[in-house]
Design a protein. Sequence first.
Length: 320
Amino acid sequence: MATKQFIISGIPNDPATTGTNYTSLISGGNIPWETIEAYSESIISTAGKLSNFKVGVKTAPGAGKSWTFTIRKAASGAAMANTTLSVTISDTAVLSALDADEVTVAAGDRVTISATGTGTPTTVGAVYWTCQFTPDTNGETILLSNSIGSTMTTNYFVTLVGGKVDDNIEFDTQTLIPTAGTLKNFYVELTGAPGGGNSWIFTIRKNGVATSLAVTISGTAKTGNDNANTLTIAAGDRVTIQGISTGTPATTAVKFGSTFLPDVQGEWFTSATTDDPTSSTAVEYQQPSTGDSLLTATENEQHGLAQATTAKKIYVNLDT
């Protein structure tokens, strides 16, 4: 049976009711809707197909008004464009139909989601979505992240899943992986080339230690990948990305993608990270897939949209 990975994501922030805004395919938490699409892009690390796209909103658009949500993609260096995976939520509806179209993606492609309002719809309050990834190589799953438009600072860290502003505290960016497998196919793309004599080195770290899975981007280049090295993962391992500069590279935001091949075929994982302190008295909620978030007492701000699957193996790690 072919592997089916379901992306379960959402964002508790509002896209503008006029114009087009963008967010990451795996988003959530503190990530704003962007007017600059490059800040929402992440990188596909292994070939496959996206399909079964569905979107929900917390608040209906209102009579005669609508929202259209579209998955967009482009090959490295090419202009982003709409795919056929697109859904509309109109009038009193809060959930779209399922778009079962299939869109082929290749390693190195960039992906986003766009949101466009028609008729100045009511502010949504939150948006949540799902889509399916079916890899060409059975068993492989994709991990997507970015620095959400924040320019990288040397020796800072970024999450492996979801978006997060780079952080000097490694724990705040660690992805907790709940099942054993192999991490590979590490892709990186910059919004600005380092410039002559300068470079960025991005290294995947496991449990606070640098590994051989790393990408160096120098000079006029903006992209790089490591398809040679692999990293063995045990359930409970904590993984993050560190960026280290040499020279004085031009400022840049960063987009990432990597492949996780679980030991048990058919498994895939979601991961959520937050550096927001938990309340000692109130019940708070966290999205299931995000690189950063604010815990809130309003559960439907933190929804992710799921498809039929079985959830298991929940792992949690606290800093204190």
